[in-house]
Design a protein around this ligand. Structure first.
Ligand code: A2P
Length: 288
């Protein structure tokens, strides 16, 4: 049902996955949170999601691993992404924390690992050494695909020119209120697939009258219209919901197509920098 799209390293990725930020609401890796995560991710897996997006900093990798193990889905039919925590940028910490990630997820090999934030104001601005350490994980055979998240055009230029290794994916904030054109265009210019986080603008764009009008005309929900807009832009999307009916709604976006006029109308909702919800990657410097 969910199409695979090709990446620049010869692999493919399911275009739609299940995001797990704030599943559950606390990041502490307690047994309670692990159980809650396992239950919600289990619902997603049972509902047809075969691509799960987690991160070291979400504190829920063990819960994702528990759901994956319980699902009985064959490993080669699952796609799992995690992301390097902001406290783990030193090359040794990349290696150690990646091993812990595999352990928590219960996997021998991870499909996709991303540098979560570039942190250009920390670690002497040396995200290149971090990127090189990720390359070693691929050479070791424990990681299939390496990518980045929240990388701005200059960050992409720098890692590719200094290492010769182009990320396969750049996971960035994108939704109709924040098209993030500069980062999307720079990613495309390098042949890097754009993955949209907070594809629904954390719910904000769902009340937009233009989205609402198109949804009513199409007999779809606002969330389906927005996710379809992403799909037609070629973005990988990872909507998150803790509710089973919304999970089902969000994955059911491959049976209709928005017209060029509808795409243009949604494109026009962009608010530029004012539409950004999350932190600015040039200045974000939070270490948990
Ligand atoms: P909930 O988990 O209660 O369903 P994003 O993926 O852009 O970060 O957005 C996630 C937010 O959007 C969550 O608050 C989630 O709430 C809500 N959400 C997810 N899917 C839908 C949907 N189909 N309709 C309405 N709200 C949704």
């Amino acid at each position: 049902m969910v199409p695979d799209i090709p990446l620049n390293d010869g692999t493919t990725i399911p275009q739609l996955g299940f995001g797990t930020l704030n599943v559950p609401p606390e990041r502490a890796p307690s047994e309670q949170n692990t159980a809650a995560t396992a239950e919600i991710v289990g619902l997603a897996l049972a509902g047809g999601y075969c691509h799960i997006d987690t991160a070291q900093m979400y504190g829920n990798e063990a819960g994702v691993g528990r759901a994956v193990a319980a699902s009985g889905i064959p490993r080669d039919e699952l796609y799992v992404t995690s992301k390097l925590g902001n406290g783990n940028h030193r090359p040794d910490d990349v290696r150690h924390s990646f091993a812990q990630t595999l352990d928590k997820l219960g996997l021998a090999e991870l499909d996709l690992f991303l540098i979560h934030w570039p942190l250009p104001t920390l670690y002497d601005g040396d995200y290149v050494a971090t990127w090189r350490a990720m390359t070693e994980l691929v050479k070791d055979g424990r990681l299939r695909t390496q990518g980045v998240s929240n990388f701005q055009p200059d960050h992409l230029d720098r890692i590719t020119s200094e290492t010769g290794v182009v990320p396969a994916v750049n996971q960035i904030e994108v939704h109709p209120y924040f098209r993030n054109d500069a980062a999307r265009a720079a990613s495309a210019a390098h042949g890097i697939a754009v993955e949209a986080w907070s594809p629904l603008g954390q719910g904000a764009v769902l009340d937009d009258p233009v989205v609402g009008r198109i949804a009513a005309e199409r007999q779809k929900t606002p969330a389906q219209v927005v996710l379809r807009w992403h799909i037609q832009h070629g973005h990988i999307v990872i909507p998150k919901s803790t509710r089973r009916e919304r999970m089902e709604e969000n994955i059911s976006v491959f049976d209709f197509e928005l017209s060029a006029e509808e795409m243009t109308a949604i494109n026009a909702l962009d608010k530029g920098a004012d539409g950004r919800i999350g932190p600015n990657p040039d200045t974000f410097a939070w270490i948990p």
